[in-house]
Ligand binder design. Structure first.
Ligand SMILES: *[C@@H]1O[C@H](CO)[C@@H](O)[C@H](O)[C@H]1NC(C)=O
Ligand SMILES: *[C@@H]1O[C@H](CO)[C@@H](O)[C@H](O)[C@H]1NC(C)=O
Ligand SMILES: *[C@@H]1O[C@H](CO)[C@@H](O)[C@H](O)[C@H]1NC(C)=O
Ligand SMILES: *[C@@H]1O[C@H](CO)[C@@H](O)[C@H](O)[C@H]1NC(C)=O
Ligand SMILES: *[C@@H]1O[C@H](CO)[C@@H](O)[C@H](O)[C@H]1NC(C)=O
Ligand SMILES: [Zn+2]
Length: 494
């Protein structure tokens, strides 16, 4: 029954004329009613529908009774009935390294956004590094925009980057609409994106004070020269994961976060810690947040937030085989005790959102040597299923998925009045998700460019059946539908 409805939808959309055949936004021309026995919001699940207007925005949320009366009235509404499939807000992945231009052989906008669409992600935010140029000046941002513009299958926003000496560029990038800035306190892994030095932090907080932007940190600080020099720990076998893990102790994260926290009382800048691995980071941030809330900071979560990533919630160091550098990322995947602590924090709402940190590379940079290989896990396509596989086993609900994967990232990126929830007035970024289905990760289902994954050949629970951005079908049952329909999330004029 469902398949019939979906096929009808697909043929309708393929016949719809596209203005340029390329990226121009082709809005749905008719009202659409998405039906499901299981409409999921952060706080509840119900049997009903979501009415989407001609512009691709959510107009009304309906219970099943309202649906019946709407349909009996003589309305010209296209009905898309998902039956028992869950109807949810699309996922927002606020941490994706697209790498185009410059390292497009690692990943590009077409492949990254197609993979995203297949994974139920309707918006990605592109990280400022690993492309050449990095997004550290307004000109560089324009270069990124030009590369992305005609190629995106989901909506795309941008992080700007902070490197020593680019202070003068930051306000211009805020005006262009970057969601915030990311900086490193330790080596970033690429030469064109040097890290910020401790001594520059104070100035940075002053410059961004009052701009309403987000200052995000890769929070690792080198302690005792451990990062690459193989000093102070047993480095005899670089093919062992334990060697790499010992080179990035939790203290590197804790020290960095404590340093950042020391600047928070004097500033109103929203500070976000990306990819928290060491669970001990969370209490440090909570203390800083409380201080700010007491000082009157009215921002989301007191302007102090943190994300963790699917790999820290799914994998643990004990299971990583020697030589398998597809598991290498930084900060590293830690032990099972740490993983379970992160889950406790999630259950208690002490973390704010979850992202992929999709950081791909070509296979030749993933040798069997953990100390030399590229650090980055590819997973943009699988975040929703990875999270659901673990969350379901721990008794969490689909509403928790929407909280951590859609609403949380929307808030971080200032998109909460536009995306990230099923609510009237927001973009109809919607997915049909089968929470009972499972699938195996194999190279032929992977749509991102380099088919490398620590999840290869594993079974994941929960399958994305269809993805819609602003009311338009972009992915259905294994297929990308039509051309690029995504837009770039920038201020007018950019
Ligand atoms: C998932 O399983 C539950 C319980 O068996 C069932 O009620 C529901 O209809 C199933 N959903 C789908 C989409 O098959
Ligand atoms: C940031 O702005 C607030 C007022 O909004 C001010 O009290 C504070 O001193 C400023 N901090 C810095 C570091 O400039
Ligand atoms: C750094 O080295 C000192 C002296 O060897 C040691 O006491 C300390 O625990 C080390 N710190 C970390 C984080 O490894
Ligand atoms: C780190 O290494 C440098 C140069 O090798 C040395 O001067 C410095 O004392 C070391 N720092 C620590 C904390 O071990
Ligand atoms: C897990 O890692 C932490 C931090 O490195 C360590 O203190 C703890 O002993 C480890 N636990 C196990 C069971 O290995
Ligand atoms: Zn990253």
């Amino acid at each position: 029954m469902l398949t019939l409805h979906i096929s009808a939808t697909i043929s309708l959309l393929i016949l719809a004329p596209s203005i340029s055949g390329r990226w121009l936004q082709v809005n749905p021309v008719e009202k659409q009613l998405f039906l499901s026995r299981r409409v999921v919001t952060e706080s509840c699940e119900f049997d009903g529908g979501v009415l989407v207007d001609e512009k691709g925005m959510i107009e009304r949320i309906l219970t099943r009774e309202n649906v019946e009366s709407l349909l009996t009235a003589k309305n010209n509404i296209k009905v898309i009935d998902g039956g028992d499939l869950a109807l949810m807000a699309g996922v927002i992945d606020s941490h994706v390294h697209v790498n185009e231009p410059g390292r497009t052989s690692w990943e590009g906008y077409v492949t990254a956004t197609q993979a995203a669409a297949a994974g139920g992600i309707t918006t990605i935010i592109d990280m400022p590094l690993n492309s050449i140029p990095p997004t550290t000046t307004l000109e560089n941002l324009k270069t990124k925009i030009a590369a992305a513009r005609e190629e995106v299958f989901v909506d795309v926003g941008f992080w700007g980057g902070i490197v020593p000496g680019n202070e003068m560029e930051l306000h211009d990038m805020v005006r262009a609409g970057v969601v915030g800035f990311k900086g490193f306190l330790a080596d970033s892994g690429v030469a064109e994106f040097p890290n910020v030095h401790k001594i520059e932090l104070g100035n940075l907080f002053s410059i961004l004070n009052g701009t309403g932007t987000v200052l995000a940190f890769h929070a690792e600080l080198e302690v005792n020269n451990t990062t690459t020099e193989c000093e102070g720990f047993d480095c005899s076998d670089p093919h062992l994961y334990s060697t790499y893990l010992a080179s990035h102790p939790p203290e590197m994260e804790l020290e960095a976060v404590s340093l950042i926290a020391s600047y928070l009382p004097q500033s109103d800048v929203h500070v976000h810690i990306v990819h928290v691995s060491a669970a001990g980071v969370v209490p440090i941030l909570e203390k800083a947040r409380l201080g700010r809330i007491h000082a009157g900071n009215k921002g989301w979560r007191g302007g102090v937030t943190a994300e963790t990533c699917h790999h820290y919630l799914t994998l643990s160091s004990e299971q990583i085989p020697a030589g398998h550098t597809e598991y290498k990322c930084s900060p590293p995947i830690r032990n099972n005790t740490n993983k379970e602590k992160l889950w406790e924090y999630i259950k208690d709402h002490r973390l704010d959102l979850i992202a992929s940190d999709h950081s791909p590379s070509v296979a030749s940079l993933k040798s069997s040597n953990f100390m030399e290989s590229w650090g980055g896990v590819s997973s943009v396509q699988f975040g929703l299923s990875l999270f659901w596989t673990q969350a379901k086993a721990r008794g969490l609900k689909l509403g928790d998925v929407s909280h951590y994967l859609s609403a949380g990232p929307a808030h971080l990126c200032g998109l909460q009045e536009r995306k990230g929830a099923i609510r009237p007035g927001l973009d109809a970024d919607l997915i049909f998700f089968d929470p009972n289905a499972s699938f195996v990760v194999t190279p032929d289902v992977i749509l991102y460019k380099n088919k490398i994954s620590p999840y290869m050949n594993t079974v994941l629970n929960g399958k994305v059946i269809q993805t819609y951005i602003r009311g338009q079908l972009v992915y259905s049952e294994g297929q990308i539908i039509g051309g690029p329909k995504g837009i770039l999330l920038l201020k007018d004029g950019y």
